[in-house]
Design a protein. Structure first.
Length: 252
């Protein structure tokens, strides 16, 4: 009887302990995934078609990693985009400068650091997800979640000499978002968004050997954990070329 009472007490004590943080992981393969960036705004009436196209990108299989950056330079024209950030506008300007594109505009789609104006044409979804040759870097991701944060551990190493000097970046994205726009060019429209960048961190340079790095992302009060994903990519800081990308979505 004593042993049964001890076992019952042990089980009760175990049940009272806080749940361990959930963890999941993924590793890139030899083929490169395409990083597709959309620069958009809820204040731009030509952006909704691009938003709808972007939501059709197939993330299953890992051949494409989508990131939607909402820019803030439309916010003064009648409607403030709640997902917009000055940092995303600056990233777009820098991407345009590195790629040699003529100017920044919305909606603008960039694929592996290069302007991709063909997104509206037939067959563009398959073209966006097509490979560009062997990967220039490797990426491994591990996520550990808690009620208030996501801890991302990322490892990356160069697979080609040109990758040395590139940088490893990690983004938290959210899908299944929608806004009822009440002013500006899209007044009266209900806009849906997927793969919206909520946070972005630069984890440092990529070397010839695998280098682990860690970043902790605090969860916003309005973020839906079940709709979050983490994307990691290795990008040449000088040219903007993307050498590898990886997306990981874990159960809540």
């Amino acid at each position: 009887m004593k042993s049964l009472r001890f076992l019952a007490a042990l089980l009760a004590a175990s049940a009272a302990l806080p749940a361990a943080a959930a963890e999941c992981s993924a590793r890139s393969g030899t083929a490169p995934a395409a990083l597709v960036e959309l620069y958009t705004s809820e204040g731009c009436n030509s952006c909704p078609p691009a938003d709808r196209w972007f939501s059709q990108l197939t993330v299953a299989g890992g051949s494409v990693v989508p990131l939607a950056f909402h820019v803030d330079y439309w916010d003064h024209l009648g409607w403030k985009d709640r997902f917009a950030s000055r940092a995303w506008s600056a990233r777009q300007r820098e991407a345009v400068r590195r790629s040699g594109a003529r100017y920044a505009y919305t909606p603008q789609v960039m694929r592996n650091g290069r302007d991709f104006p063909r997104w509206s044409r037939s067959g563009s979804l398959a073209e966006a997800a097509s490979g560009d040759g062997p990967a220039g870097a490797s990426i491994a991701l591990s996520l550990q979640s808690s009620p208030a944060s996501i801890t991302v551990t990322a490892e990356s190493g160069a697979l080609a000499p040109g990758a040395v000097g590139a940088r490893l970046l990690v983004a938290v994205t959210e899908s299944g978002l929608a806004t009822q726009v009440k002013a500006g060019e899209n007044r009266g429209e209900r806009l849906a968004h997927d793969h919206v960048v909520r946070a972005l961190a630069d984890l440092g340079p990529v070397g010839e050997t695998v280098q682990p790095a860690r970043s902790v992302f605090a969860l916003g009060r309005d973020w839906k954990r079940e709709s979050l994903a983490v994307a990691a990519f290795v990008q040449d800081a000088r040219t903007g070329a993307v050498l590898q990308a990886l997306r990981l979505s874990c159960p809540p």
